[in-house]
Design a protein around this ligand. Structure first.
Ligand code: FES
Length: 94
């Protein structure tokens, strides 16, 4: 069961599912954003800038592109991608 510690208490959620993040199983809830699932798992650094600096979720609404990751082979803002069972996420480091 995914942790609720960083999620809003009492909110209605989808069913518990497992996604893969850089080869590691991460528990999440179907329908929440990938950014939320990563955040709740303690993952803050989602990609690196061209200079190597850390980048992570900033606006949370698809504008800044700071949260871009690879989801099932497509490059997308993680705050705009929805969790589903078996999703494969790759963080963009370097
Ligand atoms: S946090 Fe800004 S686009 Fe995702």
């Amino acid at each position: 069961m995914p942790t609720d510690s960083l999620r809003i208490a009492g909110a209605a959620r989808g069913k518990a599912v497992t996604i893969t993040v850089d080869g590691r199983a991460v528990e999440a809830f179907a329908g929440e954003s990938v950014a939320t699932a990563l955040w709740a798992d303690g993952i803050r650094r989602l990609r690196s800038s061209p200079g190597g600096g850390p980048r992570g979720m900033f606006c949370g609404m698809g504008i800044c592109q700071e949260c871009v990751v690879e989801v099932d082979g497509a490059t997308v803002p993680s705050c705009q991608a929805r969790v589903a069972e078996g999703l494969v996420v790759r963080l963009r480091q370097g």
